[in-house]
Write a protein that binds this ligand. Sequence first.
Ligand code: 4AD
Ligand code: MG
Length: 465
Amino acid sequence: MKRTLVKAALASPTSLDAVLLQGWVRTRRDNKTFSFIELNDGSSLKSIQVIADAALPDYVQIEKVTTGASIAVRGKLVASKGAGQTWEVIAEAFTVIGEADATFPLQKKGHTLEFLREIAHLRPRSNLFGAVFRVRSRLAYAVHQFFQEKNFVYVHTPIITASDAEGAGDMFRVTTLDLAQPPKTEDGQIDATKDFFGRKTFLTVSGQLEAEIFAHALSNVYTFGPTFRAENSHTSRHAAEFWMIEPEVAFCDLQGDMDLAEEFVKYLIRDAQEHCAADLEFFSKFVDKDLLTRLSFVLERPFQRCSYTEAVEILEKSGRTWEHPVSWGTNLQAEHERFLTEEHFKCPVTVYNYPQAIKAFYMRQTDGCAPGRQTVAAMDLLVPGIGEIIGGSQREERLDFLQAGLALHHLSEKDYWWYLDLRRFGTVPHAGFGLGFERMLMFITGVANIRDVIPFARTPGTAEF
Ligand code: 4AD
Ligand code: MG
């Protein structure tokens, strides 16, 4: 007999004479002549209620039907008399497939998120994490749908790379050298030419530079994959391994880039509202009371846009004392970003045209800046509760300006020869951005810590699972 998922059973238009359900026991309650079993298989937030009559031959096993055990149930799907559920299953036969001993740590009572992180191998079986990972899966699908509908080509950019896209230097080294006895050069340095790839290699921080190559051939492309940053940040929004979506668009400027980013974020929110309604409702009940109103609010109006220079003026005039003092030329910190989006604009805001010195080498110099105030066509999308979820820019397409950008950031042209070649052979204005997938999930679910929206968090000091 074919298995029916709990989700399908609960959505059945009619009663059914025979269904086979397989899943894990959430709870069991015994009455004199029968037991109630809450069965969940992860297909929906809701479990299905199974009624097992004490007269069933299989009832001799009922003591093994404990929280966490896996079981298979055959029976009839009938209208439920209980409140809050449409259908329930009257068992005709059931088998205990895998018992769960009494140390099974997930019990009906709530657990703290910290505790659940320590049992990341079991937390997907909780309501909260089932919901988070269903939404994550749906949104990954929606990402592809959004770009595929727009004729973007999906490019698999490499995970191991020799170049530092962000020039920030916080990369994980990839090596097969014997760390206890690495080969040395004559001047005592580790000899990278003896390493696996014959050079120094790292885990990528971004697929952007390679995506740019493909945008110069296929016009509109995107990459969606894991990225790695070895920053020692202990915050609720930084992970050492996270997933990033990076579109790259040929013949596009900063305006077009900001428009695409806004359309994309709204598309993902709408998709979640449409396809993950029950899970979002759960988050709004147990995680963040304002979630649903906030998401609708965000969809209803255009995002605000403000230049970096205006943003600094707003911050200076705010009368706040900042932990990190702010003036033209300083980088915006989380406290500044949160003030702009949460208190000043009270909605998502895209800040654009940042000082050249604080942004990456590849960003396009803005024409006609005041002396000493050279900016680049960068943009960051800031949202309430999180701050930056998107970072992007128009790229420098002019060879001489790009060479100057490399020099300004003390990077060598030799290391970026192929990137410079794109400006030698059929260069075009182009732009793109990176959306941190986990930050977007935090925004859509209201879950406040990045460790709780990724299956297995990689943060400084933790890589257990
Ligand atoms: O602003 P970032 O560093 O931009 C880039 O990497 C560009 N190459 C993107 C592009 O233009 N193609 O990172 C982009 C986004 C951030 O806005 C943030 O959402 C996320 O990636 N991000 C992180 N998410 C979790 N943990 C971290 N350590 C992150 N660092 C960046
Ligand atoms: Mg950024």
